[in-house]
Write a protein that binds this ligand. Sequence first.
Ligand SMILES: [Zn+2]
Length: 216
Amino acid sequence: MANVRSFVEPVVQQIHLPAGIAGPDELTLDVRCFLVGVSTGLILIDAGLKGSAAEIELALQRVGAQWSDITDVVLTHSHPDHVGGLDEVTSRTPGAEVWAGAPEVQAISSAVPLRPLSEGDNVRGLRVIETPGHTKGHIGLLHEDEGVLFVGDAVGAMEGVVARPPAPFTADAAQAELSLRKLSELVPRRILFSHGAEVPDPVAQLRELVSRGAGT
Ligand SMILES: [Zn+2]
């Protein structure tokens, strides 16, 4: 691809949860994976829901790239709205490395071998931040040059407000809270959520959420 520069292109899919799954009411929410452009090509963060390949392909077209430009796929965690499209993706990116947090690797079904990541590892400029709790091996990623923090499902956003993910989806709430505190100590320029669009003053909002305490 020509003139590679740093950028983030979101890929958005919709999830419909019937009443009784995430709470008493029916819920529609978005799930995002991200194409991150770096000097060596593209990194895909998460693989989305089953059926994501068509949406990812549109995003590739938007940035003037192709499947073969994706060198790495990094998975934040094993939930099906983040890895459901993995096999569709890897069948189109045969040369790409696929990564996940070390404790998460066993939980992800994949046609290709996954490579384990740990705290401080770096995938082409994305620094791994272990953020267990939502799942055992959940990771966040910090694009250090750009100051962009990808938080996965450690925290999300609803209508411009930062919020914890619904409790039924979080494996260990106490550990998730420690991970949230860890993320709130960073000072990124942008925070990108897997669920929900970007919000104003994300760092201040995240700190306030943490200071109000769990259950808020
Ligand atoms: Zn999740």
